[in-house]
Design a protein around this ligand. Structure first.
Ligand code: PLP
Length: 392
């Protein structure tokens, strides 16, 4: 190699300190250099007092962790490469062979799939419970139960559970696991804005930062937040062992999204409520599921516990609409694109076969379409749904 390479790689120039930019700096490094062997041996990676390796955090990722912990009203945050990775990390950190976890029957599908796949293979059992019935959760708690997931509202069907009652059922359980029972919430919908998970009694709050905190539909990331330091260490040390690092560019996108997150949440909330109320009155629709809509399952609990609602609503068609007609409705939408995910700028929708996704009874006969309302004008979105209803 040429001397030029050496000179460039080891270039002595250091820019002056004091560049007080408004956005945090974006650091990208697989590793950092230690000033001495003594420093290398003694550096603490556990408490964010120093740097050891890219996977263990950079100034950029530490900054994002602190902001997400604040957003959620928690104390400690660990970042992972996706929302699903956050769910998986909690399971890996807490569960051992012989343990059992309980998952709401209406939970985010891949949470259940991970339990049925890897966790089952590792000798960890699971049961699904009816999140709208705390007595069902109480009946399923046993001496092996180590982790109880909650999700508010339910994925796709948007029933809003009584989280304090579910947590109380766990706390009242006498025949407990020797290590105790941990409650964890998938808080992607609440996003730290609609309610404070820790004030409602939860131990862990997980988010897909992919959704509201990013807001751009251009990055995947997840977070695990706790108030309890011992619990945080369980999660954080597992994070170190499995190497769930995130990149500086991705952290930068989420840091930027956080600035406008509360405004986007409120705007999309208002737009979704307007569309939900209108859609509920269409002759083709049997019911619209949305926690802020009177009559939607868990509406009263939502009203008691929440200061807002996210951008999701699900419409159940009347039974005379065959699955083919519901598909035609979805194919006829122009502004609502067909796709998963949500909380981005563009409106999305997808049809779901609910009975295939759950074990608890589903009271509706017609097909269900879930909508994620983006940042387009409400009148344009309403006109789009109206024309697609005509074509169905
Ligand atoms: C999207 C989503 C996830 C997973 O997030 P990814 O970043 O897409 O892996 C988890 N839970 C809920 C409720 C979600 O909507």
């Amino acid at each position: 190699m040429s001397e030029t390479s050496t000179t460039l790689i080891h270039h002595p120039y250091k820019p002056p300190a004091g560049f007080d930019a408004i956005p945090p700096g974006v650091y990208k490094a697989s590793t950092i250099a230690f000033p001495s062997v003594a420093a290398l041996r003694s550096r603490d990676w556990k408490h964010k007092t120093g740097y050891t390796y890219g996977l263990h955090g950079t100034p950029t990722t530490f900054t994002l962790e602190e902001r997400i912990a604040t957003l959620e009203g928690g104390k400690h945050c660990t970042l992972v490469p996706s929302g699903l990775a956050a769910v998986v990390l909690v399971g890996m950190a807490l569960l051992k062979a012989g343990d059992e976890l309980l998952i709401p029957d209406n939970a985010y599908g891949p949470n259940k799939t991970f339990a049925q796949g890897e966790l089952a293979g590792w000798g960890i059992t699971h049961r699904f419970y009816d999140a709208m019935n705390p007595a069902d959760l109480a009946a399923k708690l046993g001496p092996k139960t180590r982790l109880v997931w909650l999700e508010a509202p339910g994925s796709i069907t948007l029933e809003f559970p009584d989280m304090p009652a579910l947590v109380a059922a766990v706390k009242a359980h006498k025949n407990a696991h020797p290590a105790g029972i941990v409650t964890a919430l998938d808080n992607t919908w609440g996003a730290g804005l609609a309610f404070n998970a820790f004030d409602l009694g939860l131990d862990i709050s997980v988010q897909a930062l992919t959704k509201y905190p990013s807001g751009g539909a251009d990055v995947l990331m997840g977070s695990v937040v706790t108030r309890d330091e011992a619990l945080h260490h369980l999660v954080h040390f597992c994070h170190m062992r499995v190497g769930y690092g995130i990149g500086g560019n991705d952290a930068e996108l989420v840091l930027r999204g956080l600035n406008s997150m509360a405004l986007r949440y409120a705007a999309q909330d208002a737009a979704t409520r307007e569309l939900a109320a209108w859609l509920a009155g269409r002759p083709q629709i049997a019911t619209v599921l949305h926690p802020a809509l009177p009559g939607s399952p868990g509406h009263e609990t939502w009203k008691r516990d929440c200061a807002g609602a996210a951008c999701l609503m699900s419409a159940v068609f009347k039974p005379e609409f065959s699955p083919e007609r519901v598909d035609r409705f979805c194919d006829s939408l122009k502004l609502f694109k067909l796709g998963y995910s949500w909380a981005g700028p563009m409106s999305l929708c997808a049809p779901y076969d609910i009975p295939a996704l759950r074990t608890t009874p589903w009271p509706h006969k017609g097909g269900l379409v879930r909508f994620s309302v983006g940042l387009e004008a409400v009148a344009d979105l309403q006109a789009d749904i109206a024309q697609a209803l005509e074509k169905a």
